[in-house]
Design a protein around this ligand. Structure first.
Ligand code: 5GP
Length: 226
């Protein structure tokens, strides 16, 4: 089984964000920002817009879904075959996994833990099943670091409009995503924060406000050594 495991998941180096979010005179462990939203709620645009102010790293997930036009391996996702994915899962390489719209998705464990330990904030964009698994984690590093945020689309009609505008799914796929969205939207209360999606700019500001407040929490700070 292990013969099919590509080594690359374990070789991902520690990435330093362009700007440090460490407060002077203190050491703060990384915050684990877990972002969920039904597909089409504007989450990937939000992610893109957050990137220029990169004082955190984005954890690239693994998936068995085929790449969409323009998507790049290692940037948007690590695109794996099912046997590759299952082999990683068996070895415990994922922090969580889920089946979404008929495809497998997973968050690389080592990458997230190593960055949090080094005081680097990590953002993941995962579905409600994955977020629930992370919330149930008994690892103290994960428990202390976790900040979960749900982006609620204004309505299912608006979501349908956004998915149609994106134009990357067939009608049947859109219907499937909308059914899934309705189920996901019922679970917003499980998250510490909920952003009702408005304009891109509004969503961005609200998410930034959450990031900022979480970084000021006293219980995240340790006096710097030396
Ligand atoms: P898409 O195929 O549209 O990129 O993503 C479909 C769904 O899978 C989205 O809700 C997205 O958040 C979720 N997803 C992406 N990566 C992961 C992951 O690593 N774990 C889980 N549980 N869900 C993921």
């Amino acid at each position: 089984m292990s013969a099919v495991v590509p080594p690359r998941l374990r070789e991902i180096p520690l990435t330093l964000p362009a700007r440090s979010a460490q407060p002077p005179g203190f050491f703060r462990r990384g915050i684990f920002f877990v972002l969920s939203a039904p597909s089409g709620a504007g989450k990937s645009t939000l992610r893109e817009n957050l990137r220029p102010k990169s004082d955190f790293i984005y954890s690239v997930s693994c998936t068995t879904r085929p790449p969409r036009p323009g998507e790049e391996d290692g940037v948007d996702y690590h695109f794996l075959t099912r046997p590759e994915f299952e082999a990683h899962a068996e070895r415990g390489d994922f922090l969580e996994t889920a089946e979404v719209h008929g495809n497998r998705y997973g968050t690389p464990r080592e990458l997230v833990l190593r960055h949090l330990e080094a005081g680097i904030d990590v953002l993941v964009d995962i579905d409600v099943q994955g977020a629930a698994q992370i919330r149930a984690s008994t690892d103290p590093l994960i428990r202390d670091a976790l900040t979960d945020v749900f982006i609620m689309p204004p309505s299912l009609d608006e979501l349908r409009r956004r998915l149609l505008k994106r134009g990357s799914e067939t009608e049947a796929q859109i219907e499937r995503r909308l059914r899934n969205a309705a189920t996901e939207m019922e679970r917003w209360r499980e998250y510490r924060y909920t952003i009702i999606s408005g304009t891109m700019e509004e969503d961005l500001q609200k998410f930034r406000a959450i990031m900022k407040a979480e970084r000021y929490r006293s219980d995240r700070l340790l006096p710097a050594k030396g």
